[in-house]
Design a protein. Structure first.
Length: 122
């Protein structure tokens, strides 16, 4: 598989993880059109550093290095993406609840789990 195709697949996966259409992603950028982004995704054109930076800003949590296949570490796991999406879809009260739960959970050591698993990695 060519590098252009790999970059395109990575961009498409990031766009779909954010649940953006091509039009929505284009509207979140300053200069990129729907057709240009489509060309990147299909591997017809390769984005440059400036375009990768612009797309990374539109795709919160994605780095330009990741989009350009220079770094294989996705900054967020699938669970983290889902949490972000759910957070964005809720109202102000729901966001406050989510932030409170996250803040509260960060203050406690998990300790042994109820089922006897003492790894605490559950």
């Amino acid at each position: 598989m060519t590098l252009n195709k790999q970059i395109g697949q990575r961009l498409r996966a990031a766009r779909l993880a954010h649940k953006y259409s091509l039009s929505e992603l284009a509207s979140r950028t300053r200069t990129l059109s729907k057709s240009r982004i489509s060309n990147y995704e299909q591997g017809i054109r390769r984005m440059g550093i400036e375009e990768a930076q612009e797309l990374s800003e539109a795709l919160d949590g994605i780095t330009p290095a990741y989009l350009l296949c220079l770094d294989d570490t996705s900054p967020l796991s699938e669970d983290e993406w889902q949490l972000i999406q759910r957070y964005r879809k809720t109202d102000e009260r729901g966001r406050d609840v989510i932030l409170h739960v996250a803040d509260t959970q960060g203050k406690y050591d998990a300790g042994p789990l109820p089922d006897g698993d003492e790894s605490g990695a559950g």
